[in-house]
Design a protein around this ligand. Sequence first.
Ligand SMILES: *Cc1c(COP(=O)(O)O)cnc(C)c1O
Length: 425
Amino acid sequence: MLSQIYKESGISPKVLALGEEVLAGLKERFTEIDAIAEYNQLKVLGAMHKNHVSEMHFQATTGYGYNDTGRDTLERVYADTFHTEDALVRSQITCGTHALNLALSANLRPGDELLSPVGKPYDTLEEVIGIRPSIGSLAEYGVSYAQVDLLPDGSFDYEGIRKAIKPNTKMATIQRSKGYASRPTLSAEAIGELIAFLKSCKPDIICMVDNCYGEFTEITEPSDYGADMIVGSLIKNPGGGLAPAGGYICGTAACVEQVARRLTSPGLGREVGANLGTNPAFYQGFFLAPTVTAGAEKGAIFAASLYEKLGFRVHPASETTRYDIIQAIDLNSAEGLKAFCAGIQAAAPVDSFVTPEPWAMPGYDDEVIMAAGAFVQGSSIELSADGPLRPPFTVFFQGGITWYHAKYGILMSVQKLLDAGLVMC
Ligand SMILES: *Cc1c(COP(=O)(O)O)cnc(C)c1O
């Protein structure tokens, strides 16, 4: 039954057989992932029950958005799920970078210093902080920055961190996912150890965690381990693939209040910001997020195992416990990278008929190729892949709103590599 439909869908019996063989060895891992999703499903439902989510909360508001109980209740649902005092969840927060910029700039003042104890932050934060000079950066507002890299084995440089903390170190930014760097992704527990250390050095330091790609990959979040704020994008894990845009900041009442005033205005804070009809997608997406994240994680592990078996270097290795949904694979040639992306694109629900081509993306030294056929532009909880055309021709790949789509996309990528004579199987 399945082999026939896969054949009609462009997957040869050979590739399917290889996929099934790899999958047979992943049963236990998948069972563990399902248990995490089950736990998190109940966590989200518990928060929805506690806050009496009801049909009236799905109504659109316009204008100022005063008394938007749907919006306010959604924020309670996020806060209760992530065990924080308060939350802001808004479509007016345009993306993850915006949410992070708000959390930082709202809680820092001229003369303060920001510390990253986990090495260089995500690319887009370089201009937010002013590591790369940029108009409107924190540096322009007199906020300085210090960074302590991880030790070569990926552990925290506690001595270096202790030395880097100064009387004006107001805040620490801690990135959970490795993003597109080569360091390991941090578990919520490891982040907790770091936060405990930071607070033992300076009790009033504000610890913010960039939680992008990490939500629901474990049964705990960094907010369960003392983070003052966790911050992320709704077109990644917590939007469940349904949120059309948006970002969140969950944290202490004091930190979130600062962010609300920065997002809108002093005096207005969280009271304004019409939902413009996004509430049904926000609620339903959050409801789906635990299983959607689990599907994406299965895809990452399946890809790692399959490509490892084909002889490629993968990061993280297939056996590694996951705390995010990103998988990197060294494809060793431009042709390999292009074929991989062509496979992901061909499997997409949208724009499956186009072939991705490398292009000179502004801000990058090398050409970049991207595959995405998403319902929501740029959504990376949907199956997507990209990579710069330079050795070792690494593709970064993530997402998959359903596990079956992720599986099909990965099989299709192998098929394209096989068709191009770049792998043997
Ligand atoms: C995606 C991401 C961001 C930035 O989010 P955008 O929505 O692309 O602005 C920041 N940090 C990490 C770790 C991310 O994965």
